[in-house]
Design a binder for this molecule. Structure first.
Ligand code: BDR
Ligand code: CA
Length: 324
């Protein structure tokens, strides 16, 4: 199967980083560009972390673009309580060798699919600010992509940042509104935090397996997610840390991993108490579905892809490269 040509939009924190490894090093993805946005961390930190992650996968050639520095209307919030001050588990990683390329992320999101109409798959792992900004310029943008996969929302209304909302939608709910209004269920698939919570939890046994593998990518994955492990223990109450962006990326790379999905008409709440919550209309009289919502994924298949990918020799771990 030829590798899937991808554009990836990310606010690179520790789980985005693992999603980038999957796209760059599994052999299933062909990343044409990475666009960055404020979310987990400020946008310049997100770009730095994206470059470090790609370098860890041995890919210093992939262009990374800086994007929007904050949400459309809201104050930037950040998730450094989850992913660490540096977004990478406070691991003190050295600066990457490469720098962000010229050209704003929104420009990149608009121009790549114009040059390759219908060929590229867009995967978003972050608040939807860049995507909404691009849609305001080109309302037909989604038709120019082959498919759009978003790590966004919580279709069972169990949230991670509030009782009912998931971070990427909560952080910029107006942007998410713009996206859902431009979406159609044949073109746009959301993989929400409910899937991550059920099918992408790295149990203590999985974490030990990463440590035992000991390859640069396995060690990187283990180290950068240590603050998420604390958050999972203290806040979300999972039996390990979850990997929302990697499972969304795995679905994009191999949709056969989906075991349950629904098509529905979805709106986004911007009200104070329910900010960022999905409003899913499941009535027979509902308007035409605008999103496909993935509800369950083959956990074993996802973990096999993850372990197979990080088991590869890869590049030396950032900071551990031999001198000279
Ligand atoms: C999403 O929010 C971020 O903290 C993660 O990187 C992921 O994209 C999960 O809700
Ligand atoms: Ca993310």
């Amino acid at each position: 199967m030829p590798a899937l040509p991808l554009i990836i939009d990310t606010d690179t924190g520790s789980d985005d980083a693992v999603a980038l490894l999957l796209a760059a090093a599994s052999g299933l993805g062909d990343i044409r560009a990475v666009t960055t946005v404020a979310g987990n961390v400020p946008v310049t930190v997100a770009a730095r972390n994206a470059l470090i992650s790609l370098e860890t996968a041995g890919r210093t050639d992939i262009p990374v673009h800086l994007g929007c520095a904050g949400p459309m209307l809201r104050e930037a919030s950040g998730a450094q309580d989850v992913h660490g001050e540096d977004g990478m588990g406070n691991t003190g990683l050295p600066d990457p060798g490469a720098a962000p390329r010229d050209g704003h992320a929104v420009e990149a999101l608009l121009s790549y699919p114009r040059r390759h109409p219908g060929e590229l798959t867009l995967v978003t792992l972050a608040p939807l600010t860049n995507i909404a900004a691009a849609l305001l310029i080109d309302p037909e943008l989604f038709t120019r992509y082959r498919h759009v996969y978003c790590m966004a929302g919580a279709a069972d209304l169990a949230g991670n940042v509030s009782p009912t909302a998931e971070f990427n939608v909560w952080a910029d709910p107006e942007a998410a509104r713009i996206v859902t209004r431009a979406a159609d269920a044949d073109k746009v698939t959301w993989i929400g935090w409910d899937v991550s919570r059920k099918d992408a939890v790295m149990t203590p046994a999985d974490q030990r397996r990463l440590q035992e593998l000991g390859t640069p990518m396995a060690t990187f994955t283990h180290r950068i997610n240590r603050t998420v492990a604390d958050f999972a223990r203290n806040v979300t109450g999972l039996a390990g840390y979850d990997l929302p962006d990697p499972i969304a990326m795995a679905v994009a790379l191999d949709p056969a991993l989906i075991t349950e999905q629904e098509r529905a008409h979805v709106q986004i709440s911007v009200a104070d108490e329910t900010r960022g919550q999905l409003v899913i209309d499941r009535r027979v009289s509902a308007p035409a579905p605008n999103l496909t919502l993935v509800r369950r994924v083959d956990e074993a298949g996802f973990k096999k892809l993850l372990f197979d990918t990080v088991a590869a020799p890869g590049a030396p771990l950032p900071g551990d490269a031999p001198a000279g």
